[in-house]
Write a protein that binds this ligand. Structure first.
Ligand code: ZN
Length: 352
């Protein structure tokens, strides 16, 4: 697939945490012909660009899953209680269109029901929305109809019912799941560009399941690949529509964000400096951030003593149904990762 087509396909793919099959298949199809291409039973995918190469093992990682919903129970009136897979802000949910994958693998359109104003009391209108007061509705009128006609029920997963749009003039994508599918796309493209190149390191690909529920899949890939350093691609939250200008650290069109700090990791300062210096030397736009929240797969792996950096591609309205990211930021992220892979020699990694 061509790059833009691949980004759109990855954004559209159904893959909430624990149900990454469609995404892992797309990744495997794109990486056909790569050495040691493997998928484990959790749907984690790994490969190696140059298994006979010498030097430190550099693991590139991106997560396959997206935030979504899971049906908890079907009510007698046919609507469904649900929980979230990953963190979704409750106010983002009412009236959102979702698709529920039913027991036969068919996607059933549904909405997170919002009570019309005609039925709400003043107290209800002022109250903060709570997940436990919301339901998914696929248009059914009974539990029997939901379960037997729509074939949806306990543990059916759901994702936003959105098709990705690409605005060519502004190089802008509008769709769902760019956290972390834009990272997955950047990693695939980086691996493809590195294939056949003479490198000072061994480059490994990791595509991990279940990041959004606690960085679960990446640890399996870590055990499989035993890297010396890790570069974590992410779709990271853009802040350019929320913050005062002096606090904006991840704006659209300004390049990937290299995160110094979040609640899961203090980024390895020497690896981080090496990456930032290299970006400046190669005229690749980058942004830097220090975050009071957040967390990535690197948060799990750096605790194994592996120096990690995060290359985050800014995504507006992350963990909601409607997100923006840009081709410019994606391209700069790929460019930086390709340069890093060509620079991470044993001597450089030893200096960390
Ligand atoms: Zn993510």
């Amino acid at each position: 697939m061509k790059e833009i087509e691949r980004i759109i396909a990855l954004s559209n793919a159904f893959g909430p945490s624990g149900f990454e099959d469609e995404v892992s298949k797309l990744v495997k199809d794109e990486l056909k012909g790569f050495d040691n291409l493997k998928e484990d039973k959790m749907r984690n995918v790994t490969c190696v660009v140059n298994p006979k190469g010498k030097g430190p093992k550099v693991m590139l990682d991106a997560h396959l899953d997206e935030v979504g919903l899971i049906v908890q129970a079907v009510k007698p009136n046919g609507t469904m209680n649900f929980l979230t897979l990953g963190r979704i802000m409750p106010p983002n949910l009412p009236s959102s269109s979702f698709k529920i994958r039913n027991k036969e693998g068919v996607d059933i359109p549904a909405v997170v029901a919002a009570k019309p104003p005609h039925f709400t009391s003043a107290k209800e209108r002022d109250a903060a929305p709570q997940i436990e007061n919301m339901v998914l509705d696929c248009g059914s009128v009974s539990q029997k109809m939901t379960e037997e006609v729509y074939k949806v029920g306990i543990a059916s997963p759901a994702v936003p019912n959105i098709n990705c749009i690409y605005d060519e003039e502004n190089r802008l994508f509008f769709g769902k799941a760019f956290d972390c599918r834009i990272g997955v796309a950047a990693e695939i493209e980086t691996l493809k560009r590195l294939k056949g190149k003479k490198l000072p390191c061994v480059v490994q690909g990791s595509f991990a399941a279940q990041e959004e529920v606690g960085d679960r899949g990446v640890y399996c890939n870590y055990k499989e690949l035993k890297p010396d350093v890790m570069i974590c691609f992410e779709g990271c939250p853009a802040d350019d529509t929320f913050q005062d200008p002096y606090m904006v650290q991840a704006a659209l069109y300004k390049g990937p964000m290299l995160r110094h700090f979040d609640v899961s990791m203090i980024t390895h300062p020497r690896f981080q400096k090496f990456a930032l210096d290299l970006a400046r030397k190669k005229n690749i736009p980058v942004q830097e951030s220090v975050r009071s929240g957040g967390g990535t797969n690197a948060g799990r792996i750096h605790q194994e003593g592996v120096p990690c950096i995060v290359i985050g591609i800014p995504v507006r309205y992350i963990h909601s149904s409607n997100c923006y990211c840009t081709l410019d930021d994606y391209e700069a992220a790929v460019h930086l990762a390709v340069e890093l892979a060509q620079a991470l020699s044993q001597e450089v990694v030893d200096s960390f």
